[in-house]
Every structure is written in C-alpha cells, then in structure tokens.
Design a protein around this ligand. Structure first.
Ligand code: DC
Length: 219
C-alpha cells in the first residue's frame, strides 16, 4: 500500500505540533507526534528508576518496552503496557530526559518500527526531529520549521499559563535541549537536504499551514 507521508521536523517551540495537527485535519490524514514516543521512553525510565546510561540495563529495559499510540479522532493517546500515560509526559524533567536518552542509538532503533508501521497503512503527518532525514527519507513532502529562540521560548511560556515560569529559564532549557538534539551522533536534528525550510518567527499558524498546503499541491 502506498501512503502519503508528510514530515515536519524542527526544534522545540517552532510550532510543529499545532501546525501538524491543523495540516493533518486539512488533508484528512492522521497526525503522529513522535516526540511523545521519546517522552514515553523517558517517563518509563524515570518511573522504573532505570540506569539508562548503562547499555546492558538499557537494552533489557527496551526489550520489555511496550509503547503504542491510540488514535481517537484528533487526540493521540500514548499507551505504555496497556496504561494511558499521555498526561504524564509533558513535564520539564521528562523533556530533558527525553532529549538525553534519545541520543542513545538503541532507543532510536526501538522506536523506528513503531513509526514506520503506522506509515504502512495510514496517510500521515509525522512530526519530530529526524522524520525527513532518517525515519522517512523517501517522503515526498518534507518541511523544516524553525523560529528565533526568544520567540520559541515565549510561545512555550504562553502554553503554560498556570505555571509561574521564568521566561529566561524556559529559553535556557530550550537552548540546552536544542544543543543536545542537534549535536548528538545518531539522527541529529537537522533539515533534510530536500526539506522546505519555513521560518515561523513572524507567521501565524494559519500562514504556515497555508504555505505548506501550497507546496504540497504544487508537488
Ligand atoms: O518534540 P518533543 O519536544 O516532544 O520531543 C522531546 C524530545 O524527544 C526532543 O528533545 C528530542 C526527542 N525526539 C527525537 O530525538 N526525535 C524525534 N523524532 C522526536 C523527538
């Protein structure tokens, strides 16, 4: 079966999630947030107290890992060994641990099959860091979404209205995570050579989606 796969990569806070959701709705396909899988790994590492820097321990942990997505309309539910963990994976601790543990090649290898299996049967918009470079190098429509660091930090801060967060701290955490994600050896965050790069700093979500739809229709 030939499915239509659209990849959207980019750093944290560039607007990937909102854009991917809106684009998938417009195109009538599913939306897959691959960061949630890395967050799921980090959540389980933290919950089970796994010494993930020890390769043997990590390999054993990954053997027993059972992560998958349930798709409920436009809501993605992350299931770990039968348990819904969607609401536990968005903390700053998990963000940092997801970024650090995602540098391990065996973590990336363990999640590759899950991502590619979804793509076998469904048209989808895949959001992540290495969608266009590693997971779906043959995707016809590839985008790389980015924005100025201070704008990304402000967006992220606005998403957490209930928490008193220091915007400088959010910016600092983002910078550290960007550095880790783009400097790791395996599947670093970078645009695929054939990706269309979009700077979302001064664009609305609708404008970004509009640009993408035009590119897709033109191809
Ligand atoms: O997209 P996100 O912020 O939820 O992702 C959390 C972390 O997971 C991110 O800092 C790096 C990692 N990640 C990755 O390495 N590859 C992906 N395709 C998606 C996320």
């Amino acid at each position: 079966m030939n499915t239509r796969i659209i990849t959207i990569d980019g750093p944290a806070g560039a607007g990937k999630t909102t854009v991917s959701r809106m684009l998938s709705k417009k195109l009538g396909c599913v939306y897959v947030d691959t960061g949630a899988l890395y967050r799921g790994v980090a959540y389980e590492i933290q919950r089970q107290g796994i010494d993930w820097e020890n390769d043997e321990v990590l390999d054993d942990f990954l053997k027993h890992l059972d992560l998958n997505f349930l798709m409920e309309n436009d809501r993605l539910i992350l299931i770990s060994s039968g348990r819904d963990i969607t609401n536990f994976i968005r903390t700053p601790d998990i963000s940092m641990l997801a970024s650090a543990s995602s540098a391990k090649p065996q973590v990336r290898a363990a999640l590759l099959g899950i991502q590619r299996n979804i793509a076998k049967t469904k048209d989808a918009v895949f959001e992540g860091r290495d969608m266009g470079t590693v997971v779906f190098p043959d995707a016809v429509h590839k985008f790389f979404l980015f924005a100025d660091l201070c704008i990304r930090a402000k967006r992220r801060n606005d998403e957490m209205p209930d928490e008193t967060k220091d915007i400088k701290l959010v910016q600092e955490e983002m910078k550290i995570r960007d550095g880790k994600d783009s400097q790791r050896k395996t599947a670093p965050l970078k645009p695929a050579e054939d990706a269309i790069k979009i700077d979302s700093s001064f664009l609305t979500i609708e404008q970004v989606v509009e640009k993408m739809v035009k590119c897709i229709e033109k191809a």
